[in-house]
Design a protein around this ligand. Structure first.
Ligand code: ADP
Length: 184
């Protein structure tokens, strides 16, 4: 049973690695960013609400992502584990998740902190060309990360749930490091 939360700055490779590891472990990869982008594409009410924030590189409201995660973790395919990517992104969301997991009887989660320096993530994001990957928006996303999300490193460290992986190496090396960590 593997329940993992991926943490790290935008561009650290969370999405790529989380997806790969989830396939390897045959568990769902739950990316709040992917779910929100799909909702925008489909022009659902959720998507319309989220788009304003995402285009600016701001976090969408807690309520929005919390409802989404609650619904997703209540689906049957989460029974054998999951990888959460992009949630929680704030201490308030982490507290929400902890309570939710207790309520639905899904504890024992670990947090992978995929770390990489600013220069690395900025050049990767600029090369990616997603709509919210313009230089200004990237800078803002990094600021938001430092202010809102980085405190989760200490939060999960204090809860003895934190594992750290060096994201500043090739994707293959990160994958190997992650698989070794999970197997340990
Ligand atoms: P990246 O890993 O490149 O930062 P994501 O795909 O995880 O990108 O997220 C893209 C955007 O989706 C974020 O900038 C934010 O606007 C929104 N988002 C995703 N997850 C959350 C969350 N947990 N809380 C608030 N906003 C979120």
């Amino acid at each position: 049973m593997t329940r993992l939360i991926f943490l790290g700055p935008p561009g650290a490779g969370k999405g790529t690695q989380a997806k790969k590891l989830a396939e390897f472990l045959h568990i769902p990869h739950i990316s709040t960013g992917d779910i929100l982008r799909q909702a925008i594409k489909d022009q659902t009410p959720l998507g319309l609400k989220a788009q304003v924030y995402m285009d600016k590189g701001e976090l969408v409201t807690d309520q929005l992502v919390e409802d989404l995660v609650k619904e997703r973790l209540n689906q049957a395919d989460t029974q054998n584990g999951w990888i959460l990517d992009g949630f929680p992104r704030k201490v308030t969301q982490a507290a929400f998740l902890e309570e939710l997991l207790t309520t639905i009887g899904q504890g024992g989660e670990k947090v992978v902190n995929l770390d990489a320096p600013d220069e690395t993530v900025i050049s990767r994001l600029l090369g990616r060309g997603r709509k919210d990957d313009s230089e200004d928006v990237i800078r803002h996303r990094l600021e938001v990360y430092r202010e809102e999300t980085a405190p989760l490193i200490d939060y999960y460290g204090d809860h003895h749930k934190l594992l750290t992986v060096n994201g500043n190496q090739s994707p293959e090396e990160v994958t190997t490091e992650l698989q070794n960590l999970i197997a340990a």
